[in-house]
Design a binder for this molecule. Sequence first.
Ligand code: FEO
Ligand code: CA
Ligand code: CA
Ligand code: CA
Length: 644
Amino acid sequence: MATMDDSENFPVNPRIAAGAATMGDMISQRLSRRGFLGGLGAVSGLALVGCATGREVPVPTGDLQAQPVFRFDEIARGMDETHHVAAGYDADVLIRWGDPLFSDSPAFDPLNQTAAAQRRQFGYNNDFIGYVPLKADDAGRERAILCINHEYTSTNIMLPGVVAGYPASMTRALCEVEMAAHGGTILEIRKENGAWKPVVGSPYNRRITADTTPMQLTGPAAGSARLQTAEDPTGTMVSGTMNNCAGGITPWGTYLMAEENFNGNFMGELPEGHREAENHKRYGVPSGWYQWGRFFDRYDVSKEPNEPNRFGWIVEVDPMDPNSVPKKRTALGRVKHEGAESVVAPDGRVVVYTGDDQRFDYVYKFVTKGKFVAGNKAANADLLDEGTLYVARFDADGTLAWLPLVYGTGPLTEENGFASQADVLIGTRRAGDLLGATPMDRPEDVEPNAKTGRVYVMLTNNDRRTEDQVDAANPRASNRFGHIIEIIEPEGDFTSETSRWEILVKCGDPSIAQVGATWNPLTTENGWLASPDNCAIDPQGRLWISTDGNDDTGAADGLWALETDGDRRGTGQHFFRCPVGAEMCGPRFNESGDALFLAVQHPGDTDGASFEAPSTRWPDFAEAMPPRPSVMVVTRQGGGPIGG
Ligand code: FEO
Ligand code: CA
Ligand code: CA
Ligand code: CA
């Protein structure tokens, strides 16, 4: 999310607050950037191209499988009230906030919103998009299920009359509208006469909300006393999920929803001396961005101190069964998860990559104990309940050490307050602190490329990193524009405990020397981006980046193609741009690569914008209609793969 800052909770990583250098920090800082690049060159045959203005990009000399280059005419940077896509492509709205999902869904009435109506309609602030193919129907029409997260509510432009004095004007009923607008949507889509359309009333369609969808806690932390509440004395069942940012689709076709900024939904003060005090502080709980705790005890930590521990998990949903109970998979740890993209390793185990989106927090991967069995739903059903969670330490010599978060090993013992694996998982951040993980510049989407054995880490930005906190993997102080790291898993073994890493690009405007951006010089004035957030790999193995904060540079957020291979490595090309106020989420391709699904989140939400006076009324441009977060589908005129 872009509009709810976490400044009031900063800093939450005590290693940063204390200014203490860990062993990992010292290793990272010992070698200079020059030494780092030299080391990489020696190991993997990298050459440097570029000019003297800090635009050097390491270019591999043949150790990657060649990907086809992008072929499209990029669009111009800019910002206005609507969206833009590259020439020769169509970008159509597929579904908007408030659109019907079921045959009995009420018509959207923005002036008279109710929770009951919202539970039957497409939710707010679409973020992650997952694509699960279905068999064509009897008429031969292509079909699929989209799994879409609804991350949060931009209350100021969503609800009439609440912008001035948000806390006072929020009622219980409006808080329930917000809860109903969170969560996810599962939606069947079908291609009719060449155009993808929602199938209203499909038996697959489902709304998942923050308050009314029962979910089961599974894995090592399930049942922990620290997860028990008055509503759930067993510590195994939770009503709802919230702040679902990015996510993933597993190799067996389930939908992973990542719970991110859950701290904002809690208010109140913990009872004096409560055992969760330190833990909650590490996660910035409570933040009180939302008013729900005024009306519902579970969101007030003075009344339900354990409730925040029931959020921050990866939730697995079976999109084929609308009556299935989603599972919060505690084995994957509890952080502000941005996403959960997965891949099958050569030995059949499954690896899930996640980022903890906070300044100075960490990158993780989870390796299942069991192996994926293709075509066997039952065998894969609980793979995510057992395995090893690792946190990343990026060393200055280009080595990446994956440090296991296992109770009883290293510092994860009783002396440090961990009495079980449940404690390690509920306090994942502190476990990472003790292991000396590398504090990163807001890790967002982390996406493996099954074709190349490489993994891409979006580091959105971190304007609070000081000169003495710079390290090889986070090389810029006051990093306003972010960077992208490429992890190289040895010989494509995603389960490896030792990997290599390098910086693919440092983002921002390469024409301003002080920015310190590094792009391939082939990048045009439109091709660079700032604040990478989500990414996608297309069926040809190519990388696409969406942004949340490019608008800080004066041009709208959007989607860029980014070459990772050959002599164009590090070249960006601008493909799509959002309307003013929006960030770009959810890039996702269908199997053939001839359709690209994009989530336009919080259009019209600029400083001072309100329901009554948004900065755009995209996509309807109707006088009484607020701007509506929407999922778009991009296709190529005449057909063919997106991006050429
Ligand atoms: Fe919800 Fe990390 O963006
Ligand atoms: Ca975001
Ligand atoms: Ca995001
Ligand atoms: Ca992604």
